[in-house]
Each structure stands twice: as structure tokens, then as C-alpha cells.
Design a protein around this ligand. Structure first.
Ligand code: ZN
Length: 496
């Protein structure tokens, strides 16, 4: 063997050694970070509440039977009045001892005055209205949608999940506490709007305005939103209580293109339809940038430490595995929407005669904006992505609202909700999350910075389609748990 050969072999071995050393170091760092990725769960003693509420099912059923369907331009006054009357009959002590203000004819605001006026009041909310049953799907229901029929340990009907269960569970909890002679130190409000499904401007918005007029400040607001899901959060076997700490903004933009028109026998290279299609194509192939940081990341801080070791290594080292995680989240529509502002072209119209060049082409794109961004930044992104002066981009008429702020998970208010959840549901991991839809809670932004969105309904993946869909139903045992949750929360909220 020549001398040159042996020395090059030595250098090669040295490099190989160095390479393995680096790998070893990297693995050590990854595992070190995974070990330091500590659980954020608060471990409280399970309260082992055994109390049951025998009339709760029948109260829920009676509420489901009121067809309080929301339409954009009309209201079924008879059905809303029927619901109001049924609540009065079901909860006599509440109606005797709490102050009820009827806001804008149908919305309900109850006030349970606390004995200590120095404590800031808190507010539990829900809504009375439901979405309609889609035409021609009525027959697909196993039980008629407004029957409230009980079967297989469930109550079936529109509103069982979204969200008359919230009203009845909260009122059931208050009524039970009144029966026990409980006297709160901290004032509690119960607020039930009547038009959440069409934006809440006649209900929740008016209630919030009234509270502002009364100079009320709130310790926190708890609305519907997240629930206890199983088989939904990737990599987690246990049920996860998702507590909404923020919600996305909402806006629709109109894209319009004008061109000369004329006869189609001597067409230009691109018609207004072609120009607009190209713009839409650009928007679909160049989505808004992903942001793994922010609320999405907050959720991983809570669920990550509860995963098995392999997954824990990945989520503890997002600095390295970020692209891998993004790729995984990108594969499902639901998770993709959690890490970016989403965009969907929902309306496209142009042309009316086969041999006439269309003068105008118009499309509507609906965006759901990530907290930290804004309607204006979304507009700028759309404009620069299309990058074509022939396409005009403007905010479309109709509703639009900015994304919410992110409520603090380090706050004592979040911790109280976390604590209550762990006490009633010891099998569950608690995690903050970003709500993709919108809730009535947006109207309360000026009353508190602590807005949380959660109702402890236990849902599996295939239950998610039941919300606003067919065969909406609630498990009877779970409904009892919801009542215990609100009772415990009211008790826990008595401390400073
Ligand atoms: Zn709802």
C-alpha cells in the first residue's frame, strides 16, 4: 500500500468520525429538547361529581322542538316566543331570582347578582337560533330534525350540538345551584342571542351594546366554539378539549375585469373571462403563506408533550421539523386552514350570449384571516399575487370583520377554564386552539380581553359533519357532564 493511499484513507476516516459525531450531537439536542418539552396540563383532583339532572333531557327536548331557525331577512316570532316561554317553565327559580332583560324583543340577558361588587362579573353565552335543515335532507335524518327524539342514548335534533345544549346546560347548572341555596360572590351574566347563525347583529351585538352602556366590564366571556374531540388532532390518541383563544377574520373581495366587448368572430387573445380565470388560477396556486407560529403553535405546546416519544421529538423541534409538520397539516382541508389565511373563490359570473364578448367578468373570493393579519393585508396580498392591472380588487359589500386578538393562555381566566375542564374530565388533554368559523363572542371584544370559546361536547371525527348537517345529536351522558362543567366553573369563578 502506498503512503499517499494510507493518508487519504486516514482523512476519510476522520471525516466519517466527525460526521457521526455531528449526527450524535444533533440526536442528543433533539432528545434533550423533547425531554424538556414539559406537559402544560394542570392536574387537579377529579371532583367526582355524581349529581344528576333528571329533567335536563326533557328540557333540552322541549327547546329542540321550537323551530327557532335563523333566516337572513325574517324571523319566526312565534317559535322564539315559544322557546322563551318554555325556558320560563323549565327554570322557575332562575326567573324568580335573576334579573332578565329582553334585548331587541328576542335576545335574553340574565343577571345573577354577586354579593361582592368588587369582583368583575363574567358572562356565559350561547345562542337560541339554529341553521335550517337543508332542503331534501329531511328524509336522511334517523329521527325528524325538530322532534327531539331520544334513541340509542342520544337526543336527536337540530340544535342539540349547535347550540341549545349550551343554553339548557348553563341554565340547568344555575337552577341547580339556586336550589342548593348557593349565593355567588361574583356577578354572572347569561347571554343568549337570537341570530348568531346570520351574524348576531340583532342579538349578541345589541346585548354587548347594552352592557357597554351600563359600563359593565367582564372578567371573561365563555362562548361556544371548541369541544372535546377524539381522533381529530393528529398524533394524539386521548380526547383533547380545544379551547378557542382566537378566531379568524372574515372578508370577501370582488375581482372585476372590464373589456371592450363586441362580436366573438374577431376576438382579442384574452376575453374578460380569460383574464379573470387567470387571476383566480394564480390565487389558487399561490396560497397565503403558512404560519406555524402564533395560535397554531400554542396548540402544539399543549398537545405535543402528551404525544408518544417519536412525535414528541418532532413537535419539540419545530425549528428543524417545521416543513415536515406543515406538509402533514397541508394534507387535510381542516388542518391546512389552521396555519394560514384561507381563500376560496365562491362566486364567478360573466357572459350571457354564446357569440358576444362579455364586457364584464366578476368573481368573489372569500378569505378567513389569520390573527395577526388584517383585511387590508389580505387585500394587498391578493392584489400583488394577481399582479395584473386589468383586474380590479375591492372589498365586497356584506359582512366583514377583522381577526380577533389572541386571549392569553397565561391568564388566570384561561387557567380557571383549564382547571374546571380537568376536574370534570380527568381523561382529557386541554389545549388552546384557533377557531376557523366565527362565533357571537366577537361582539364582546370591547368588554373584555379574555374571550374563550368552548363547550365540553364530546365529538369524534364523524360527528363534526353533524353540526349544521344531518342527524345532529347529543349523547345523554355527555349532556350531564356539560351541566356539571358549568356548575363547577361557576363555583371556581368565585375566587379572585
Ligand atoms: Zn353556533
Amino acid at each position: 500500500m502506498s503512503q499517499a493511499n494510507s493518508s487519504s484513507r486516514k482523512t476519510w476516516l476522520k471525516r466519517l468520525g466527525l460526521f457521526f459525531l455531528l449526527i450524535l450531537l444533533l440526536v442528543a439536542i433533539l432528545f434533550f429538547r423533547a425531554i424538556r418539552f414539559q406537559s402544560k396540563q394542570l392536574f387537579f383532583k377529579h371532583t367526582a361529581q355524581t349529581e344528576t339532572f333528571p329533567s335536563a333531557d326533557s328540557h333540552l327536548i322541549q327547546a329542540i322542538q321550537c323551530k327557532t331557525v335563523s333566516y337572513p331577512d325574517k324571523i319566526d316570532t312565534l317559535e322564539f316566543n315559544k322557546l322563551k316561554k318554555r325556558l320560563r317553565e323549565a327554570f322557575p327559580m332562575i326567573h324568580e331570582q335573576l334579573e332578565l332583560t329582553i334585548v331587541n324583543k328576542f335576545s335574553l340577558l340574565y343577571k345573577w347578582k354577586g354579593s361582592d361588587s368588587k369582583l368583575t362579573p363574567f358572562l356565559l353565552m350561547s345562542h337560541q337560533d339554529v341553521v335550517p335543515v337543508s332542503p331534501n335532507t329531511e328524509k336522511l335524518w334517523s329521527h325528524p330534525p325538530f322532534s327531539g327524539e331520544k334513541a340509542e342514548h342520544y337526543v336527536f335534533g337540530r340544535g342539540t350540538l349547535d347550540v341549545k345544549s349550551g343554553i339548557i346546560a348553563q341554565m340547568e347548572a344555575v337552577e341547580a345551584l339556586l336550589k342548593q341555596g348557593f349565593q355567588p360572590k361574583r356577578t354572572l351574566y347569561l347571554a343568549y342571542g337570537h341570530d348568531e347563525e346570520v351574524g348576531g347583529t340583532n342579538g349578541a351585538m345589541k346585548i354587548a351594546a347594552l352592557l357597554r352602556k351600563r359600563n359593565v366590564k367582564l372578567d371573561f366571556v365563555l362562548d361556544e366554539g371548541g369541544s372535546i374531540v377524539q381522533g381529530v388532532v393528529p398524533g394524539v390518541q386521548k380526547p383533547v378539549a380545544l379551547i378557542g383563544v382566537a378566531e379568524k377574520g372574515y372578508a370577501s373581495f370582488k375581482l372585476s375585469v372590464f373589456s371592450k366587448g363586441g362580436h366573438s368572430s374577431m376576438p382579442p387573445k384574452q376575453t374578460s373571462i380569460g383574464i379573470l380565470s387567470a387571476a383566480v388560477e394564480k390565487l389558487e396556486t399561490n396560497p397565503f403563506p403558512t404560519k406555524l407560529e402564533g395560535v397554531g403553535s400554542l396548540m402544539f405546546d399543549y398537545v405535543g408533550p402528551e404525544m408518544d416519544l417519536g412525535m414528541k421529538v418532532i413537535f419539540a423541534n419545530r425549528w428543524l421539523f417545521g416543513p415536515l409538520i406543515e406538509n402533514k397539516l397541508d394534507q387535510s382541508d381542516a388542518t391546512r386552514a389552521t396555519m394560514r389565511t384561507s381563500l376560496a373563490t365562491t362566486i364567478f359570473r360573466s357572459g350571457d350570449k354564446d357569440n358576444v364578448l362579455p364586457v364584464k367578468a366578476e368573481a368573489i373570493v372569500n378569505v378567513r384571516i389569520l390573527p395577526g393579519e388584517s383585511i387590508e393585508s389580505a387585500r394587498r396580498f391578493i392584489k400583488s399575487t394577481i399582479n395584473d392591472p386589468r383586474v380590479n380588487v375591492s372589498l365586497s359589500d356584506g359582512k366583514s370583520y377583522e381577526p380577533s386578538d389572541i386571549s392569553e393562555t397565561a391568564s388566570k381566566q384561561f387557567k380557571k377554564i383549564h382547571r374546571t375542564t380537568s376536574e370534570i374530565f380527568p381523561d382529557v388533554i386541554v389545549a388552546p386552539y384557533l377557531m376557523l368559523g366565527a362565533s357571537d363572542s366577537k361582539h364582546y371584544r370591547q368588554l373584555t380581553k379574555n374571550i374563550f370559546r368552548f363547550i365540553p361536547l364530546r365529538l369524534r371525527k364523524n360527528d363534526l359533519n353533524r353540526i349544521h348537517g344531518t342527524d345532529e345529536r347529543i349523547n345523554i351522558t355527555n349532556f350531564q357532564e356539560c351541566i356539571r362543567f358549568y356548575m363547577q366553573l361557576i363555583k371556581n369563578e368565585q375566587q379572585k
